[in-house]
Design a protein around this ligand. Structure first.
Ligand code: MN
Length: 236
């Protein structure tokens, strides 16, 4: 049996639909999981904890995808009005759902992989904070290898990618204070955190770049997904 990987979607509103709000997950995420040997399962947007517990119990791993910013109140009791203005596309329901799932997944030691917003919400879920806005990390080309990263700790992600050190970048926030138990494993030349890992977990890793947009362009990014799917398979 292939491992089933739960993928968290973002909420979008389609004016053309009567029921408006719905779940969206870019096909690049599910395709990357398929290419890496997993079965993707896009979970519905819900705050129902019993439903989420069901998915936590029955899925082999979780992929936390990109999207809007995490609401400031999830990581800081007060934020200046100037910083608050920079927060874009926040969705309280998604924050609540993903933070709950990440904590449950950690209790069960199930694998979790965060991408872009995924690294940010993972950091927040375990007590870290975010920088509300950074310049120089938004490149309009989704697959442009726009900046270098420096691997700093020789961890699992570096090994999975064979030390490959160029990444795409389409984010305007970043991890600030790192959650307890996590190690920063890669930084951009300007010091921005690009990858982190929870050392004691079976697999709890996250990247600020978008490997799912590069799996067809460079094998190193597919290797990252293969390593994640392998970790999900190992728990069965
Ligand atoms: Mn970047």
């Amino acid at each position: 049996m292939k491992p089933v990987i739960a993928i968290t979607p973002e909420a979008i509103t389609l004016p053309s639909r009567i029921d408006g709000r719905g779940s969206f997950c870019g096909v690049s995420y599910s395709q990357a999981i398929e290419m890496a040997g997993g079965v993707p399962l896009i979970v519905p947007l819900t705050r129902d904890r019993r439903v989420l517990d069901h998915y936590v119990d029955s899925c082999d791993g979780w992929l936390l995808t990109g999207g809007g910013d995490v609401e400031a109140k999830c990581y800081t009791p007060r934020m200046s009005a100037a910083s608050r203005k920079k927060i874009r596309g926040a969705d309280e329901a998604r924050d609540e759902m993903e933070i709950y799932v990440l904590r449950r997944v950690a209790e069960r030691d199930r694998p979790a992989f965060g991408i872009c917003r995924g690294i940010q919400v993972m950091n927040v879920a375990f007590g870290g904070t975010l920088i509300p806005h950074v310049d120089g990390h938004h490149n309009p080309k989704p697959d442009a290898l726009a900046h270098r990263i420096e691997w700093t700790k020789g961890g699992r992600l570096q090994k999975a990618m064979g030390g490959f050190d160029r990444v795409n970048t389409s984010h305007h926030q970043a991890v600030d204070r790192v959650a307890r138990g996590f190690e920063v494993v890669a930084r951009a030349p300007d010091g921005i955190i690009e990858a982190m890992e929870k050392s004691e977990a079976r697999y709890c890793c996250a990247v600020q770049f978008h490997p799912e947009r590069l799996v067809k362009r460079a094998p190193e990014f597919l290797d990252l997904f293969r390593d994640f799917v392998k970790a999900c398979r190992s728990g069965r």
